[in-house]
Design a protein around this ligand. Structure first.
Ligand SMILES: [Zn+2]
Length: 333
């Protein structure tokens, strides 16, 4: 008992636990209920995209306390970097929290990141190569960690699923990417290019991919395959599909054949849970039965089907994952 009290006293002094009530007594003093103060420390995630900045503020339990998306096209120059700092300041003021409770800022970027040297090596989306992320974070008055958007989205998705320590995240947007999480940590690979599932070959000499090679999964499973030609976004495509458009139904069946091939290949390699995220995930969940029916004949082994999950956080996942880098570090210390 004295040891427990001593630990609780230490945590209380740091504001990490608080009294949240009392229980009925079975004799003597009423026992106090102590709970974790999840909001004792906070973290911010910033997602950099081609045209927007997305900010999220989370607590130690991955609860989103505040979020905001602003239109600010990426530029590799000092005015843009200064703008990130200014938006962050306004974001924190708008959230009403004490800026001192923020332990750090995570940056999510669309490209390969050399996490050892903190360099955005290559981002076709931002048309940038070898950008030191310390320069990008120059006007952020907190310690900063960075990683690739799909890695971070995967990290956010797995963090709250109980009893899963290993998983693969497949992100399906215009670009197709992913993340590998082992023992609750991101596996980055030697060059920070792990989980680039969009560029595994699924059709020899197949369609040309955005990377210039032929037959990549992305050439068959990018959301562009569904939306082009004729639709502005995936919402429009699924409106037409759900209203019974024959062309869309055929397109969707073919699309799912290739997606199932990709998912099955990943599952064969990793034998782990797979979380599908990105723009496609909320629609995919409606069609999960169709997805399972495509997956079953591809399986070599007798298979439970509950290895497949769909994203919980949708388009906020990358920014939440970026913020989680600090929460994870804080809780591991
Ligand atoms: Zn490719």
């Amino acid at each position: 008992m004295p040891t427990v009290l001593l630990i609780l006293k230490g945590l209380a002094e740091n504001g990490l636990v608080k009294k949240s009530g009392t229980l009925e007594s079975s004799g003597g003093r009423k026992p106090a209920v102590i709970s974790l103060a999840y909001d004792a420390k906070l973290s911010v995630g910033i997602e950099i995209t081609q045209n927007h900045l997305r900010f999220v503020l989370i607590d130690l339990n991955e609860n989103v306390l505040h979020d905001k998306k602003v239109r600010e096209p990426f530029r590799n120059d000092d005015t843009y970097f200064r703008q990130i700092g200014a938006y962050l300041k306004a974001f924190l003021t708008g959230s009403g929290v004490d800026p001192k409770s923020v332990i750090g800022v995570g940056l999510s970027v669309p490209g390969t990141v050399d996490t050892k040297n903190n360099i955005l090596e290559y981002s076709p989306t931002l048309k940038t190569k070898n950008l030191p992320l310390d320069i990008m974070a120059k006007y952020i008055p907190y310690p900063v960690m960075s990683n690739n958007e799909a890695n971070l989205a995967g990290f956010a998705e797995i963090w709250k699923i109980d009893n899963i320590e290993d998983a693969v995240f497949l992100s399906v947007n215009k670009g197709v990417g992913g993340a590998i999480i082992i023992d609750n940590k991101l596996y980055n690979g030697i060059n920070g290019r792990s989980g680039e599932f969009g560029h595994m070959t699924i059709v020899k000499d197949g369609l040309t991919c955005s990377c210039g090679k032929k037959g990549c999964l992305e050439a068959y499973c990018s959301t562009r395959v569904l939306t082009e030609p004729g639709f502005n976004d995936v919402d429009e495509f699924f409106d037409a599909l759900n209203s019974g458009s024959r062309i869309c139904i055929e397109k969707w069946k073919t699309y799912l054949d290739y997606l199932a091939t990709g998912i099955n290949n990943i599952h064969t390699i990793f034998d782990s849970d797979i979380i599908v995220g990105g723009e496609i995930s909320r629609y995919l969940e409606q069609y999960s039965e169709m997805v399972y029916q495509k997956l079953l004949p591809l399986n070599t082994f007798d298979e439970r089907r509950n290895y497949l999950h769909f994203s919980k956080y949708g388009s906020d996942a990358s920014a939440i994952g970026a913020a989680l880098l600090w929460v994870d570090m804080f809780l591991s210390d």
